[in-house]
Design a protein around this ligand. Structure first.
Ligand SMILES: O=P([O-])([O-])O[C@@H]1[C@H](O)[C@H](O)[C@@H](O)[C@H](O)[C@H]1O
Ligand SMILES: [Mg+2]
Length: 272
């Protein structure tokens, strides 16, 4: 992915460079940034002095859905890492259901620094940078702040497994939330965009088993910067590689949902 591909996205909001991405890169690794290596995956291997990689391996790394599908390992090291889902909502895309996004997150020292999610059909660019806020086409994002489940719109996604035991757990989790009187439960077919709806206040909570780090990385920064909470389904801190999440507009709401859920085991991204 070249910088110009992202920066030419037709949106009224901040471009990636306006967002501070370029500065982030420059701060983290001035030498690579000056030499232009930062955005060039072809040249990104073993040439960064700021983060010398053992045995000449890449100092800037990429974790991406299609790379993982071709057998690449998902390992989040301390090196600067792009975490990419080139098309989220693939099933929607195939059916021309217009809920499809591109998601790009960036982590340094295992800390999520910024995220960009582009809702292609709506031309909405969601951005978030740690400590600098979250925006959609230039408008500041704020979560709803809802704490009452009976007033909450809760989003989830089905996940890829369709065996009877998994489906039973999935449906039973939804049933538990409906029994707990959630105002509504929705499945829209794109975890990244569902998480953006939470960040914008259009939904109040999200949970899922079976999503991946590339579905979560960018959205996590955007939600946190919009004032929301992103945690593990156990109620503990988020584990980006654990293929599960609860996100909500408040900690209270996140804990209510975490406590209602039965675990569906999808393994870990970094053990596949
Ligand atoms: O395969 P993909 O369309 O990029 O991403 C998937 C979608 O967001 C889907 O709704 C969700 O259930 C999966 O967990 C995601 O991995
Ligand atoms: Mg995806």
């Amino acid at each position: 992915m070249h910088r110009t591909d992202v920066c030419s996205v037709p949106a009224q909001g901040p471009t990636l460079s306006e967002l501070g991405t370029v500065q982030t890169c420059a701060e983290h690794c001035p030498e690579c940034f000056r030499s232009g290596l930062f955005f060039d995956p072809e040249n990104a291997f073993g040439r960064c002095k700021q983060w010398p990689a053992p045995q000449g391996r890449a100092c800037r790394r990429f974790i991406a859905e299609e790379a993982a599908a071709s057998g690449a390992k998902c390992v989040l090291t301390h090196n600067p890492t792009w975490i990419i889902d080139p098309i989220d909502g693939t099933c929607n895309f195939v059916h021309r259901f217009p809920t499809v996004a591109v998601s790009i997150g960036f982590a340094v020292r295992q800390e999520l620094e910024f995220g960009v999610i582009y809702h292609c059909t709506e031309e909405r660019l969601y951005t978030g940078r740690r400590g600098r806020g979250a925006f959609c086409n230039g408008q500041r994002l704020r979560v709803s702040g809802e704490t009452d489940l009976s007033k909450a719109l809760v989003l989830t996604e089905i996940g890829p497994k369709r065996d009877p035991a998994t489906l039973k757990l999935f449906l039973s989790n939804m049933e538990r939330l409906l029994h707990a009187k959630a105002h509504g439960v929705r499945v829209i077919g794109s975890s990244t965009l569902a998480l953006c709806h939470l960040a914008s206040g259009a939904a109040d909570a999200y949970y899922q088993f079976g999503l991946h780090c590339w579905d979560l990385a960018a959205a996590t920064v955007i939600i946190r910067e919009a004032g929301g909470i992103v945690i593990d389904t156990s109620g503990g801190p988020l584990d980006l590689m654990a293929c599960r999440v609860v996100a909500a507009s408040t900690r209270e709401m996140a804990m209510l949902i975490a406590q209602a859920l039965q675990t569906i085991n999808y393994g870990r991204d970094d053990e596949k």
